[in-house]
Ligand binder design. Sequence first.
Ligand SMILES: [Fe+2]
Length: 187
Amino acid sequence: MMIDSLNKLLEEELKDIYSAEKQLLKALPKMARKASSVELRNALEEHLEITEGQVNRLEQVFEALGKPAKAKTCKAMQGLVEEAKEIMEEDATPSVLDAGIIAAAQKVEHYEMASYGTVRTWARLCGEEEAAGLLQQTLDEEGEADKRLSELAESFVNPKAESGNDESSSSSSKSGGSKKSSGKSRR
Ligand SMILES: [Fe+2]
């Protein structure tokens, strides 16, 4: 297909993001399962719910543009998910693994933010205000998720990973760790 207009490029990019979000729907539960801190697991599980909403919102965007919702394999997300898997397969202490999972999740968020920022702007340029508004909503959510991951990393995951002190690690039924902090930030 000849892409000779911003409209068509917008549609192509939306197919890419649609694929990216669907891939993420499959990857997030695995990442959440691997997270050893309750806080990180909760953050990833909550982001899964948000991602489901974002997939629906993308369908609304296609509808607003009068186009069928179609996905075209996003190779970048395939690579990001692949790297996340590699980290999760490493033999690492719980908080070091958590730091790695956060890094992988933030790369995903930044990729999505770049994509949504772009399509939001293109939609606006094409006079597609409804689509632009919907895309802005998702862009805001991705920014929030990224911020939350930074806060988790800075507040305890990285310091713990750095000190090698995993004794007070929340959760992890596998290691039979203390139940002291579990439930603290449950929804
Ligand atoms: Fe997303």
